[in-house]
Design a protein around this ligand. Structure first.
Ligand SMILES: Cc1cc2nc3c(=O)[nH]c(=O)nc-3n(C[C@H](O)[C@H](O)[C@H](O)COP(=O)(O)OP(=O)(O)OC[C@H]3O[C@@H](n4cnc5c(N)ncnc54)[C@H](O)[C@@H]3O)c2cc1C
Length: 390
């Protein structure tokens, strides 16, 4: 390859994206303005445009859909056939928006079928669904392509700062200029990046992250993994119980099971760990007796630190690494929203979708399922509202 003809540098790519963003021509007024071009916003924009509404997406980042690329460790666990309303923090509202039982997953998959995405279960025992390409980029790319076909205008590098009397105020990242765009209806899908001030909302709190704990020599166990049955206990009562891999960290515990428990854990709770969940107590005693230690059952490095038992407990101090939390609880209170359209009851023409709404679920495709389904409802609702008013 000739010198200088290699891959463009990050700086060059950024400059090109900024130039592309600056070149986007925005109308003065549009039927539907979608604020935030992530998971929920892209689906909302597609549904709005396919319903015949002229649609613009204002996105703070240099490209739409970048948040999707990091999901599922780059593979995007896009839904889960085990989704039940009871898995979310507000089951009644989730069901009112997305339907009962596996209906939300069916809806999401049917939408992605229409985008041309091939999907499959991870394995026969697991209801998690991934693109068969195993690449989150496939999910992002089919969404962008469908949005373009529907005529959605992407306005990237534009940060939404306010909504006032049918006009959305935004800042151009490339020029720092403040501008407005008029809209018949607005869909807010910015996660915690923008919540209209006048709408009642709950403070955001990180969820799905590691747990800081005391009571075990975590510094000596850092990096070790173990299959475990974990119980979260408060005042002698078991609040949650789940089996899966735990990862020891210097500050406490991580891993999907622990992430799920972070949705309920409070300082002072106890985490009870059984590090040999497939071996009952009687057999465990017999194996330890035969081997002279638990090294034949549990990772010897863990046994070297914790000794020959299989049950251990530690005390929750709080959540850890919250800056990397996968979701935030909080945002627009569900009581403020009409579940049929996701329109804010007190603000006709203002709709919300995705994590900006106070709905969150466990790991395993649940949060993207909410993003896709709520995006579909809000985008369709916004288009219908704008058309009636036009
Ligand atoms: C590392 C990681 C892995 C994850 N993996 C999974 C998974 O495999 N499965 C799953 O179900 N869930 C997963 N999640 C959760 C999932 O990604 C979110 O629940 C989902 O993306 C929420 O969709 P959203 O559209 O509300 O927000 P986002 O997808 O975050 O989109 C919000 C968009 O709004 C833009 N924005 C923010 N503020 C402004 C503003 N002021 N103006 C304009 N634009 C703005 C952002 O740049 C972004 O593009 C993961 C989360 C993380 C962090």
């Amino acid at each position: 390859m000739a010198k200088g003809q290699g891959k463009p540098s990050r700086t060059r790519i950024r400059e090109q994206l900024l130039a592309d963003a600056a070149a986007a021509i925005l109308p003065d007024t549009v039927d539907v303005c979608v604020c935030g071009g992530g998971a929920a916003g892209l689906v909302a924009a597609i549904c709005s445009a396919e319903a015949g509404a002229s649609t613009v997406v204002l996105e703070r980042d240099l490209e739409c859909g970048r948040t999707i690329l990091a999901t599922g460790n780059g593979r995007c666990n896009l839904t889960n056939f085990d989704v039940k309303p009871g898995d979310y923090n507000d089951p009644a509202f989730f069901e009112a928006v997305c339907g009962p039982g596996g209906f939300a997953a069916e809806k999401a998959l049917s939408f992605f079928d229409g985008c041309g995405l091939s999907t499959a279960f991870e394995n026969e025992d697991d209801m998690r669904v991934y693109p068969t390409s195993d690449q989150a980029a496939s999910v992002r790319d089919v969404l962008l392509a469908r949005a373009r076909r529907a005529g959605v205008v992407f306005a990237c590098a534009r940060e939404v700062e306010g909504i006032d009397e049918g006009r959305v105020l935004y800042r151009e990242v490339f020029s720092d200029a403040r501008r407005t765009i008029g809209a018949g209806a607005v869909v807010v899908a910015c996660r915690e990046g923008f919540v209209p001030e006048s709408v009642e909302s709950e403070p955001f709190q990180p969820m799905l992250c590691p747990i800081a704990a005391t009571g075990l020599p975590f510094d000596k166990l850092d990096g070790r993994r173990s299959d475990a049955r974990v119980a979260l206990v408060r005042g002698g009562r078991t609040i949650a119980r789940e089996r899966g891999e735990v990862l020891f960290r210097p500050y406490g515990l991580s891993g999907i099971v622990i992430f799920n428990m972070s949705r309920q854990a409070q300082p002072g709770d106890t985490l009870e760990l059984d590090l040999a969940p497939l071996v009952d107590d009687e057999r465990f005693a017999a194996l330890v007796s035969a081997a002279g230690s638990a090294r034949g059952v549990i990772d010897p490095a863990i046994v070297g630190v914790l000794g020959d038992a299989k049950r251990f407990s530690c005390t929750v101090e709080g959540l850890a690494q919250t800056e990397h939390a996968q979701v935030r609880r909080g945002g627009i209170a569900t009581s403020q929203l009409d579940p049929a359209t996701l329109m804010v009851r007190t603000h006709p023409g203002l709709f919300a979708a995705g994590e900006v709404v106070d709905i969150d679920g466990p790991c395993g495709g649940y949060n993207l399922t909410w993003a896709w389904c709520s995006g579909e409802v809000a985008g369709s609702g916004a288009a219908a509202y704008a058309r009636v008013r036009a």
